[in-house]
Design a protein around this ligand. Sequence first.
Ligand code: UDP
Length: 461
Amino acid sequence: QSSSGKNQHVAVLAFPFGCHPWPLLNLTSRLASTAPDVSFSFLNTAKSNRKLSATSGAHLPHNLRSYDVADGVPEGRVLTPENPLEELDLFLEAAPESFRKGMDMAVAETGQKKITCILNDAFLVFGCDMAADMHAKWVPLYVPAPYDLSAYIYSALIHETYAKACGGGEAHDAIPGLSVMRFGDLPQEILDQGNHSNSSPILARELHRIREVLPRANAVVMNSFQELNSTILTDDLKSKFQDILYVGFLTLIFPTPPLPPSHSDATGCLPWLDEQKPTSVAYISFGTVAAVPPHEFAALAEALEASCVPFLWSLRENFKAFLPNGFLERTRKQGKIVPWAPQAHVLSHKVVGVYVTHCGYNSVFESIVGEVPMICRPILGDNMMNRRMVEDVWEIGVGVEGGVFTKKGMVKSLELVLGHGQHGRRMREKIRDLKELVVKAAGPDGIASKDFKTLLELISQ
Ligand code: UDP
């Protein structure tokens, strides 16, 4: 670490939605512990900061301080569950000003230590201009999958080809690294250029600037291991940016530590899992934002009940209303429902035999490291591309029949993955091979170790 580290102050700007703040905080904590002379100011909304401290429980290093920034919600405005995008839009509208004020606060509180680098979630594309105005370095972190970044880089070409094909579902041979994908796998925001009723037009506008802005970054940091991606994708992304650094999966720790003692798990998930048989449990979670349509929830619940498979379901409170009448009472012995599960630990517990997932990028790799094959019901963002990789490229999971949950299809899928047939066995073998690759990539000779050092030098000099 450079002796000039003492003068360095990194402002970290979080995108406070979905899973995004966790990987950024984990990266910042790792950097801060390795560069104790550099000051780190983590700027995030109060609500998201509260959630982070309630769920991560990790102790922040002495040189990392977190600050609350305004969420843009006008005083007295009550957010309604019917319009989940309202909070996002209000935040994004106010964000440049909120973060500017937050940075002023951080500079004042560190004894006027000028900000020398902005490390931010790549979804906050305005970080680029802010860093330029402040003569600071700019380092965005891209949280979704690397092929998702490719899709945004080539969004104009994709949109043009899609329009010509009238929505036909052919592969993207023209785009390096996306040849395995079909139109239907790509984020909806790209296909319809932000005119999508289920997405935020403000976020869509920001995301469309990614391709013009990211090449100005000193380095783009990826929440992935380079070794896991195809050479063609890696080479193409490399050619687009000044530097691209793969620091590994930021919601996972390597080498994998042993599971914490079950009694320390306040959610009760680990003690409940301890009572189950090896490779018998279905874990169900659709991540932090994705919403399965209500009738599909009911079908999934009916399938669980009919199959008698023990299940652990991380289900946000507002979705409980969609469960069939009497389901909770009837399945009290068969399953456990919690509003939040320590997912990475759950997936590493030996009794979990299948993960019913929306295919979020972090979740997929937590499942791989836990050696748990998946039943995939992708919903938004990079989910569909991740499903394509899980099912067709890595062959470690199956998509739900017809793309939606039905009672019959789901009973079949559970039997396929949990049963003793060849298909389930084969998926388990493949997932072990992929895990080995991840473990090797996370080791001292992997690219992540080298790229992390490069990142450390970049921010501390
Ligand atoms: N997660 C968790 N407990 C839950 C639900 C989700 O710990 O009950 C974590 C999960 O381990 C993962 C993140 O939330 O790290 C979800 O990220 P992902 O990229 O899979 O999906 P997203 O929420 O962005 O759609």
